[in-house]
Write a protein that binds this ligand. Structure first.
Ligand SMILES: Nc1ncnc2c1ncn2[C@@H]1O[C@H](COP(=O)(O)OP(=O)(O)OP(=O)(O)O)[C@@H](O)[C@H]1O
Ligand SMILES: [Mg+2]
Length: 346
């Protein structure tokens, strides 16, 4: 893959390269040599059934890489099942994985149910946040990997398993092993092909390319044609991105949506104030109402309060879509309210 050099037009705005496709492998955009090596390794091993363990900080693209492997494997026409190990209800963990026979526990369906292993039969099973898997389930997973077969909860018939396993984690699994929180034998089984995706801070050359790609993507989505100024590109490169590509993507979405002019500049970063000093608000219910001086009409105060909640939620959940889900409103409600306010206040 060739090196991307950002070029600027006569207005000092970054130019979207015409040969953009050359920096794209499936949905992964990159010009960084370490990333290109990783993609090439993944394409080479995709055809085998060897398990892959993808590690890397939050938002670096672990899930995207797992999709690349599946789409380039001989299982590409079969199912790709994604599971977040941290999100499976505690009491249902075994049944979720292995399925169950009719009536095997209180609340079980009378028809029984296929588990995740059976659902990904012949396809790929992506176990996200594998570091969160409790020890008892680790033992059962290990048995499936060793024996190549499993039994539904409450059943006796052995079912032969045929799955390709891809695991991902932003934890250091080896240190979980050292602390006794992750089984050593499972670790070695999963870690046949370890892939570590570098954080954005180690691939600054990707920032202009990704910024252009995301701004173009959101321009299309929101029907705009906003360009990126040279000073903005430089600032994005020097900025710290703890949330990695996800954070850059969200920032570009907000800039495209909220900035007023056709050229997005450093000045517009005030609309995405959180990016350098990311606030970590654990609970919106701890909201500081005392910050509000009661000196305006109630309607105005409520609007300000609402706006603060919206901004904090988008920061906390990482995207307008996710915040909308939690707040039970549509993403366009959030976008509308955010942009309305910004347009009024400037
Ligand atoms: N190289 C890339 N090109 C384009 N989009 C990317 C790239 N890397 C990541 N993204 C986008 O950034 C977001 C985060 O990526 P992804 O979900 O794969 O990260 P992750 O490492 O699984 O994060 P987490 O640890 O939080 O689960 C997604 O919207 C993804 O599409
Ligand atoms: Mg992920």
């Amino acid at each position: 893959m060739k090196k991307f050099n950002v070029l600027f037009d006569e207005e000092n705005c970054a130019i979207m390269p015409e040969d953009f496709g050359e920096y794209k492998t499936e949905n992964i955009i990159t010009t960084n040599s370490k990333m290109i090596d990783i993609i090439n390794i993944c394409l080479r091993i995709a055809k085998s059934d060897a398990p892959i363990l993808i590690t890397g900080d939050s938002g670096v693209g672990k899930e995207l890489l797992s999709e690349l492997v599946h789409k380039n494997s001989k299982r590409k026409k079969e199912t790709f099942v994604k599971v977040n190990c941290a999100a499976i209800a505690d009491n249902l963990k075994e049944a979720e994985f292995f399925g169950y026979e009719p009536g095997s526990f209180t609340g079980a369906s009378k028809y029984g149910k296929k588990g995740l292993i059976e659902l990904s039969q012949n396809g790929t099973l992506f176990l996200d946040e594998i570091g969160e898997m409790p020890l008892n389930l680790q033992s059962t997973l290990l048995r499936v990997l060793q024996d190549g077969k499993f039994v539904r909860v409450g059943g006796y018939k052995e079912i032969k398993s045929n799955i390709r396993l891809i695991c991902a984690t932003n934890k250091n699994l080896k240190s979980l092993v050292d602390k006794g929180l992750f089984r050593n034998d499972l670790y070695f089984r999963l870690n046949v092909i370890p892939i570590t995706i570098p954080p954005l801070s180690e691939r600054l050359d990707d920032i202009p390319l990704l910024a252009l790609y995301f701004s173009n993507y959101f321009n299309n989505q929101y029907n705009s044609t906003k360009k990126l100024s040279r000073d903005l590109i430089n600032r994005l490169i020097s900025q710290s991105w703890n949330g990695n590509i996800r954070e850059l993507k969200n920032t570009m979405e907000r800039l495209v949506l909220i900035s007023l002019n056709n050229v997005i500049t450093i000045g517009d970063l005030k609309y995405v104030g959180s990016i350098s000093q990311k606030t970590d608000i654990e609970d919106l219910s701890n909201f500081e109402t005392n910050n509000f001086e009661i000196n305006k009409p109630l309607k105005k105060l409520i609007e300000e309060f609402e706006l603060d909640i919206l901004k904090r939620s988008v920061d906390k959940y990482g995207s307008i879509r996710k915040a909308a889900k939690v707040l039970d409103v549509t993403p366009s409600t959030i976008s509308r309210k955010l942009s309305k306010n910004y347009n009024e206040s400037s």
